[in-house]
Design a protein around this ligand. Structure first.
Ligand code: ADP
Length: 329
């Protein structure tokens, strides 16, 4: 059931979903300056400064333990920073700011449910807590594609359906700033794509979204900007396109491994690196045309794939997760 902190939301005035955002519209949605948070000797957040603009779709990426959850909890007002300044919708989220809570939507991996209620009753209860009109629950249910399951008890929903219900719960009061923690983690590809549309629609209505994900393709497709966190710090922050462009114009050619030996690949002019990956040789090059011609001469081009850099490459470079690759020639 709900933590007592959530019942404090009942003190807020009713809002309809199409009201303009409350409070000052100027200024960024989130402004962090030199934020630190340590747990004993662990520097979970180690000097983070960043700004999330209103209406922005902002991704927070990084390996487990990088400090993403701690940082998001500081923004949500669930944790106090040791030092630095934190402004959310122009206000300080700490000490727990009850005026701010109804303007935020929070979905976590550990979202709580009224499990004995149906999905629709659960959302109606959430809407009542926020003093929203009853139609808000139905809209939230529809927005995540759960209308048909509205009469199903929460504990009979599948994992993916519960995940969508958690997102609907975060949206029921139509908050200005939405925090989502791996919202598509246990969704099948179709549900994942339909959730992308939900998120794009929210952005289209001027809402600000801050979300953490391990799906780099998703971050690349959805986010205006991403911050890649490593060991409590922001290692990179920009639009996916600019991060990829800055990573350089490397092309990866994937050649079926039975058609070319690593030695032959390494001997080709213009090949910078050769690795093996799932039955393919991966040739990294800045001179794709020349290398393709050399591959064609030895092995033909059937089954050869060409890939330019992706956000995943940038991420692996920054987080060192690529270190397990085969050594450079
Ligand atoms: P992420 O969300 O990127 O996985 P976290 O913010 O959860 O990162 O964790 C950052 C670091 O802080 C990790 O080393 C983690 O073990 C540590 N940590 C997180 N929460 C606590 C806590 N409540 N007490 C002690 N250490 C914690």
């Amino acid at each position: 059931m709900f933590h007592p902190k959530e019942s404090s939301m009942t003190s807020t005035a009713p809002r309809t979903p199409h009201d303009p955002p409350a409070g000052p519209s100027a200024g960024p949605a989130v402004a962090l300056s030199d934020v630190h948070k340590a747990y004993g000797a662990t520097r979970a957040v180690d000097g983070v400064s960043l700004t999330v603009e209103r209406g922005e779709f902002f991704g927070l990426l990084g390996p487990n333990g990088a400090g993403k959850t701690t940082l998001v909890e500081i923004m949500e007002g669930q944790r106090r920073a040791d030092s630095g300044t934190v402004a959310v919708l122009g206000e300080s989220p700490w000490p727990r700011n009850t005026a701010l809570l109804p303007r935020l939507g929070v979905q976590t991996q550990a979202s709580s449910f009224f499990v004995r209620l149906t999905a629709r009753e659960h959302l109606a209860t959430m809407a009542a807590l926020y003093r929203c009109d009853s139609a808000a629950a139905e809209r939230a249910l529809a927005s995540v594609g759960l209308t048909e399951q509205g009469g199903t008890r929460v504990d009979d929903l599948s994992g993916g359906q519960r995940q969508r219900l958690a997102i609907a719960s975060a949206l029921v009061h139509d908050p200005e700033l939405i925090f989502l923690d791996e919202p598509t983690a246990s969704l099948d590809p179709q549900a994942r794509r339909s959730l992308w549309q939900v998120l794009r629609d929210l952005k289209g209505r001027g809402r600000t979204i801050v979300y953490t994900t391990h799906h780099l393709d998703e971050a690349e497709a959805l986010c205006d900007r991403v911050a890649i966190m490593v060991a409590g710090r922001v290692a990179a922050l920009d639009s996916p396109g600019r991060l990829i462009a800055a990573a350089g114009p490397t092309t990866r050619l994937l050649v079926p491994a039975d058609r070319l030996t690593p030695e032959q690949a390494r001997a080709m002019e213009g090949v910078d690196r050769v690795t093996e990956e799932g039955g393919s040789l991966v040739l990294e090059t800045l001179a794709a045309g020349r290398v393709l011609a050399a591959v064609d001469a030895i092995a033909g081009l059937q089954g050869v794939q060409t890939r330019t850099a992706s956000l995943e490459d940038v991420y692996l470079d920054l987080t060192g997760a690529g270190a397990a690759d085969a050594p450079r020639p």
